[in-house]
Each structure stands twice: as structure tokens, then as C-alpha cells.
Design a protein around this ligand. Structure first.
Ligand code: GLN
Length: 200
């Protein structure tokens, strides 16, 4: 494959930040808003934002079915924060009627860290990366339960949420509770680009 073409779901959320990181990594980036664009991408990023709004817009734009079927057929995807929720098969504490795209055999809890630690930053050990990542959490979910095929890549190291799962991978699907797109560290996006390139 030449430079992979990676779509960023662009209905809501921090689209621009993901586009900037991916562009800096030398991939071709497409802002995905229309169903026909889904067929022309090699990978998909689901940004952070608000999953309830993202869900409604994905349905309103006719993107839910095309995205679900692309993911089911093996389209690699990376979701950060709200994007992780969109990729989860199950949500605890979802809004009434909230749906996801699914694909990842995990249960996520929305806004899991509670009011006191609504937003925080910490250093995390991330499987496969030599140095810790600086992780920014903003009203983040955590992963409450993982299925057999899901690899845990990072857990919170200290504090009241110590041990909570905040990054997972299942085949071509990658998800983080935090926002690598708001830091200057591009290694997690680079990992995703590697996944996309290896599946082409
Ligand atoms: N709390 C948001 C949600 O439920 C996620 C927050 C984020 O993406 N920063 O979708």
C-alpha cells in the first residue's frame, strides 16, 4: 500500500486535532460526512466529543449502517474517548436510546471517573511503547469489561481509579479513554497507521 487514506468521522468532536496529527504522520486524511466516503478509506478515526450527539448525527447522516458494516468487514478503526464509546459493543450508563457502532467486545462506562476527577492528566505505561504516554482525560469513559479477544494496552497506574482499563485493542480496532490527539506525542496515532498499513 502507498500512504494509507484514513477517514476522520467529522460529524462532531475534535476532528481538527486528529486531522492535524494524521497529516503530520504523512497519511492522506479525509473528513467523513457522507456514506459513500466510507467505501474509499483504509481506516477510520472516531474523535473525542460527545457520544450521544455523535450517535444522533451518525444516524441522521445515514452513516450508521455503512460504518457498522465496514467495521464488521474489517475496516481498522481508532476511537478516542467518545470514539471509544462509539466502538464499544456495550455501554453502561448510556443515555436513553443511545446506540453505538460497536465492533469492540467491551463494556464502557461513560463519564466514569466522576465529578472530582472530571478531567485530569497522567503518565501511562502503554503496551508496545517504550516510554510512558502523557494521557489527557476529559469526562472520559473507562472499560468495565473486556471479551476474550480484547487486549488491554493501558490501565491507570495510581489514584482512586488505579487499575481501570483505559486502552484496548481487538484486531484492527484500537480505542483509548484519553485523547492522544491533544498532546504532541504522535506514537498512538502512529501505531494505528501501522495497523492500517498492515491490513491493506
Ligand atoms: N463524556 C463524553 C461522552 O460520553 C466523552 C467525552 C470526550 O470525548 N472527551 O461521549
Amino acid at each position: 500500500m502507498g500512504a494509507p487514506r484514513i477517514g476522520v468521522l467529522a460529524v462532531q468532536g475534535d476532528v481538527r486535532e486528529h486531522v492535524a496529527v494524521l497529516t503530520a504522520l504523512g497519511v492522506e486524511v479525509v473528513a467523513v460526512r457522507r456514506p459513500e466516503q466510507v467505501e474509499r478509506i483504509d481506516g477510520l478515526v472516531l474523535p473525542g466529543g460527545e457520544s450521544t450527539v455523535m450517535d444522533k448525527l451518525v444516524r441522521a447522516f445515514g452513516l450508521q449502517e455503512p460504518l457498522r458494516s465496514a467495521i464488521r468487514q474489517g475496516l481498522p478503526a481508532f476511537g478516542s474517548c467518545a470514539g471509544m464509546i462509539m466502538l464499544a459493543d456495550r455501554i453502561s450508563d448510556g443515555a436513553p436510546g443511545q446506540q453505538t457502532l460497536g465492533g469492540l467486545d467491551i463494556t464502557v462506562r461513560r463519564n466514569a471517573f466522576g465529578r472530582q476527577v472530571d478531567s485530569f492528566e497522567t503518565q501511562l505505561h502503554f503496551a508496545g511503547l517504550d516510554r510512558p504516554v502523557h494521557a489527557v482525560f476529559i469526562r472520559a469513559p473507562w472499560v468495565e469489561q473486556v471479551g476474550d479477544g480484547v487486549e488491554v494496552l493501558a490501565t491507570v497506574g495510581e489514584g482512586p481509579a488505579a487499575g481501570r482499563i483505559v486502552a484496548v485493542r481487538q484486531g484492527g480496532l484500537l480505542a483509548t479513554s484519553f485523547h492522544p490527539e491533544v498532546s504532541t506525542d504522535r506514537r498512538i496515532h502512529a501505531e494505528f497507521v501501522k495497523i492500517v498499513s498492515s491490513q491493506g
